[in-house]
Design a protein around this ligand. Structure first.
Ligand SMILES: Nc1ncnc2c1ncn2[C@@H]1O[C@H](COP(=O)(O)OP(=O)(O)O)[C@@H](O)[C@H]1O
Ligand SMILES: [Mg+2]
Length: 277
């Protein structure tokens, strides 16, 4: 999969945006974002709270219209070929919108049928997915009675039942316990191994560092960095060397160090709250 992740620049991108912009009144939540994600990449979209991650992922999945700019998914124009695009993507959005009065199996079957899968395929995949997500031991439990972590696992199962080529996840590990997080991660790694592309947002650096091969950092609506982890690291190291700045001498830069260096000044909230300390 590394090869797919390093595909030449002129091959069709899994996700490409051109000056993607979204305003809410006077606020420019996302400004002129040019993203490029190659097929097979495990891509982390990182930024502090309020940076514009959810707004971006909503536009990339058709949940929110851009104010201006363009989106291409697997070479398809999002606006003109929206039905074709939606067939190839799966989404776990910020607010999970699950139907409560169904069991997990009923819910997955319903979603599968919406994608046009036949009954047998739906039933088979629903069973496999519930097993994999460790949701199969209480088959009569209604989704409304699921815990938050269970709902996240079910939402991921629903997002992949039609075999999407690209998976979009908004903060997939938020409020999820370690065991459920482990299950989610192994599902994502399995998808990457099969050649899917994953685009996930997170404000948690460790998650992105552990899972993702490629990263973009958004800050106040603007992209401030984009590339492989190694490229970002090399960029910060080169910049620091040029400014004769001391970097931590022990080993490689962590993503946290790269992030703080790139975004700089995000420490201000901490400083303002120094009286707490
Ligand atoms: N529907 C909305 N109406 C007004 N402002 C919004 C709306 N959605 C998001 N915003 C604002 O846009 C900015 C980016 O939000 P968001 O994309 O949710 O950030 P993130 O997901 O990175 O935490 C924030 O300032 C947020 O308050
Ligand atoms: Mg968000």
């Amino acid at each position: 999969m590394q090869e797919a992740g390093n595909a030449p620049h002129n091959s069709t991108a899994a996700i490409a945006t051109e000056n993607l912009t979204r305003r809410f009144g006077d606020l420019v939540a996302v400004q002129d974002v040019n993203l490029r994600v190659s097929p097979g990449q495990f891509f982390g979209f990182l930024g502090p709270n309020g940076a514009g991650k959810s707004t971006t992922i909503k536009m990339l999945t058709g949940l929110l219209a851009p104010t201006s700019g363009r989106i291409e998914i697997l070479g398809l124009d999002f606006e003109r070929q929206v039905v074709d695009v939606k067939r190839q993507i799966g989404v776990v959005p910020e607010g999970l919108a699950l139907f409560g009065r169904l069991t997990g199996a009923e819910y997955l079957t319903f979603v599968g049928r919406m994608y046009g899968l036949d009954r047998d395929t739906c039933a088979r995949r629903a069973t496999e997915l519930l097993e994999f997500m460790q949701l199969a031991d209480q088959p009569h439990k209604l989704v409304t009675d699921y815990s938050h972590g269970m709902q996240k696992k079910l939402a991921l199962a629903a997002a992949v039942i039609h075999g999407p080529k690209i998976l979009f996840l908004d903060e997939p590990f938020e409020g999820v316990d370690a065991i459920a997080a482990g299950t989610l991660k192994s599902m994502l790694q399995r998808m990457i191994a099969r050649g899917a592309t994953i685009f996930l947002t997170s404000h948690v650096l460790e998650i992105v560092e552990r899972l993702c091969s490629h990263v973009a950092i958004i800050h106040r609506g603007q992209l401030v960095a984009q590339g492989s982890l190694e490229e970002l690291r090399a960029g910060v190291e080169a910049q620091s060397a040029a400014q004769a700045e001391a970097l931590p001498s022990t080993g490689k830069l962590t993503l946290e160090e790269i992030f703080l260096h790139t975004v700089g000044g995000t420490r201000s909230a901490e400083q303002e709250l120094s009286w707490l300390g």
